[in-house]
Design a binder for this molecule. Structure first.
Ligand SMILES: [Zn+2]
Ligand SMILES: [Zn+2]
Length: 148
């Protein structure tokens, strides 16, 4: 389990984020998405509304919104970063075969309410835990057996 914190320096500076119209559209798209898109996937969606935006801009905005606590970054070793606009505490299931990230319908222990508010000057903002699964569609296609 990983405990997610805001480092001491950032706690001092506090949250300051200007929501530019561009940022707001990215945030809206992300909040509508339930599939935890990568920056690249989100770029393709916002491009309909912001035809002149670049992938780098989307990426930069996602990173800064994640630092400001507006979006969640889901990072797993060896796979592309994904983003989540749902800030309500919830756990994720990640398919070990295709990499899809799904919301877990039932919360895992430990209860996030049991987390300390602060660890050595770092403000705790949540925790992240991942359930590794072989998703239903990968099972159907017979693509993945974890032990073969
Ligand atoms: Zn899968
Ligand atoms: Zn999620």
């Amino acid at each position: 389990m990983r405990i997610v914190i805001v480092c001491e320096a950032r706690v001092r500076r506090g949250k300051q984020m200007v929501l530019t119209p561009q940022r707001e559209i990215i945030l809206q798209e992300l909040r509508h998405a339930t599939d935890h898109p990568t920056a690249d996937e989100l770029f393709k969606r916002v491009r309909c509304r912001l035809p002149r935006i670049s992938l780098a801009t989307v990426y930069r905005n996602l990173e800064s919104m994640s630092r400001a606590g507006l979006v969640r970054k889901i990072q797993a070793a060896g796979s592309q970063k994904r983003f989540d606009g749902n800030m309500f505490p919830h756990d994720h299931m990640r398919c070990v075969s295709c990499g899809v990230v799904l919301d877990s319908p039932t919360p895992l222990k430990p209860d996030p309410l049991d987390l300390p508010r602060e660890i050595q000057g770092h403000r705790v903002v949540g925790y992240s835990m991942e359930i590794l699964v072989v998703c239903a569609s990968c099972q159907d296609s017979g693509a993945a057996q974890t032990d073969s």
